[in-house]
Design a protein around this ligand. Structure first.
Ligand SMILES: NC(=O)C1=CN([C@@H]2O[C@H](COP(=O)(O)OP(=O)(O)OC[C@H]3O[C@@H](n4cnc5c(N)ncnc54)[C@H](OP(=O)(O)O)[C@@H]3O)[C@@H](O)[C@H]2O)C=CC1
Ligand SMILES: O=C(O)CCC(=O)C(=O)O
Length: 428
């Protein structure tokens, strides 16, 4: 499938259908789980700073809430599509199930480019989004959080609007809030760190010493940055990072054969995440094509940017040295490329297991917000490590026992948990 005709929802449904066949899932469970339970599509009129009104398109999709309130982020993206949000909401259901937290799956989006909006416009957009959804979200039915291009400040504006309309404080209604305003310590790091907890465990099962490994990363946003930091702290060497350049409207790969210093590279990012190319080159980085991150002679590939980045067309670029792919992003691999990864015997840590650290920490945030008692960072990260490690081993052991591809094993566990919840509730 090419980038142009890629459809994330078709990918998510195909992954589901294959495992539903494998486990012989009954027909009514298939019907209820292969599409979202509820969708909200709406418009958000926003008064712009120049006095005009611009109308944005917003979505919130609740895939399944049998195991608990729907949970998942809100994306800001000028190219967002309803099918992408459907897919992401579905992956959230499997994600909360595979790490066994009492939540379901949902996702939201606003078709917008926050980089072109002032802070005041972004605030009005966030408040407008909540006004359209206030009856359908909340700590007991659907709990939003940040995702691509949305952040803690956006979540606080959204929560403030929600609480203003409701006339009371509901700190568990939205997660990813700023620390000190109901946010959890460790949430910023959680997804990236979670990726590396699963990588650490994968390497142990493969008898590979992390300090002797090299990695290539796609993305340099929240997930990629913290994954890169923890991987480096554990002794791994990052050779390349590929990221989007907002000026040139294309991706570049930054390569340093001696190993990338994450702190140094972060310092030369602008507020939109674009790395200053001239400074990077003057610091000794080679500037390569956007896809060059795939071609590196490394042990580990870590896609942590967007969906559909490892496709059948790009798969041949992957160096024979690659032993592990850790999917930090949601849906970075197409179904055709999945088969090629399987055939080449590369060990895959699938997205909804690998990047579940964010939602797990969001769950901890909800718990802390509801108790109004906050844990220190070490406690949060210890609990996160315990959850991620346990989830990884459950999937790995099933994969070994039944000789399954890791993605399929993760699906078997997640589908079984959600199908049981649906059945126990008497929905089928
Ligand atoms: N944040 C979270 O807690 C979670 C996020 N995820 C998933 O992880 C992925 C990354 O999310 P997150 O880090 O939060 O998002 P961010 O917006 O913080 O970062 C995305 C990164 O990808 C870069 N990027 C965009 N397009 C390309 C491209 N074509 N090639 C290379 N790099 C590119 C962006 O560059 P630029 O900044 O210049 O646009 C940015 O560095 C997404 O799939 C998201 O859904 C999954 C679980 C939780
Ligand atoms: O923290 C959350 O609830 C959202 C996480 C999310 O959107 C994701 O895992 O893709």
């Amino acid at each position: 499938m090419t980038q142009e005709n890629y459809n994330a929802y078709q990918t998510a449904q195909k992954q589901f259908d294959d495992v539903a066949d494998l486990v012989n899932l009954n027909q009514s469970a298939r019907e209820i789980l292969r599409e979202p339970s509820r969708e909200f599509h709406f418009t958000i009129p926003v008064k712009m700073d120049d006095g005009t009104t611009k109308v944005f398109k917003g979505y919130r999709i609740q895939h399944n809430d049998a195991r608990g309130p729907a949970k998942g982020g809100i994306r800001f993206d000028p190219n967002e599509t309803v099918d992408t949000i459907r897919a992401l909401s579905m992956w959230m259901t499997w994600k909360t199930a595979v790490v066994d937290i009492p939540l379901g799956g949902g996702k939201g989006g606003i078709v917008c480019d926050p980089r072109t909006l002032s802070d005041a416009e972004q605030e009005r957009l966030c408040r407008g989004y909540i006004r359209q959804l206030v009856k359908n979200i909340g700590e007991l039915n659907d709990v939003p959080a940040p995702d691509v291009m949305s952040n803690a400040q956006h979540m606080l504006w959204m929560l403030d609007e929600y609480e203003t309309i409701k006339g009371a404080r509901y700190p568990g209604a939205i997660t990813g809030k700023p620390v000190g305003m109901g946010g959890s310590l460790g949430r910023t790091e959680a997804t990236g760190y979670g990726v590396i907890y699963t990588l650490r465990e994968a390497l142990k099962t493969l008898n590979i010493d992390i300090t002797e490994t090299t990695a290539s990363i796609q993305g340099f946003g929240n997930v990629a940055e913290y994954a890169a930091r923890l991987y480096s702290a554990m002794g791994g060497k990052i050779l390349t990072i590929s990221t989007w350049d907002n000026q040139d409207k294309k991706a570049y790969t930054y390569r340093n054969p001696n190993g990338i210093d994450v702190d140094q590279l972060v310092l030369i990012k602008d507020k939109f995440g674009t790395i200053d190319k001239e400074k990077a080159v003057s610091m000794g980085y080679e500037l390569l094509d956007g896809d060059a991150w795939l071609e590196q002679e490394v042990d580990i590939l870590l896609p942590a940017a967007l969906e559909n980045q490892i496709t059948a067309e790009k798969f041949p670029l992957i160096n024979q040295s690659v032993k592990v792919i850790c999917e930090g992003a949601n849906g970075p691999t197409s179904t055709e490329a999945d088969q090629l990864i399987k055939d080449r015997g590369i060990y895959l840590v699938p997205d909804f297991l690998c990047n579940a650290g964010g939602v797990t920490c969001s769950y901890f945030e909800q718990v802390q917000s509801n108790m109004n008692y906050f844990w220190d960072k070490e406690e949060v990260l210890d609990k996160l490590d315990t959850k991620m490690t346990a989830a990884f081993h459950a999937v790995h052991e099933l994969a070994e026992e039944k000789q399954l591809y890791m993605r399929d094993a993760a699906y078997v566990i997640a589908i079984d948990r959600v199908a049981n919840a649906v059945k126990q509730r008497g929905w089928i």
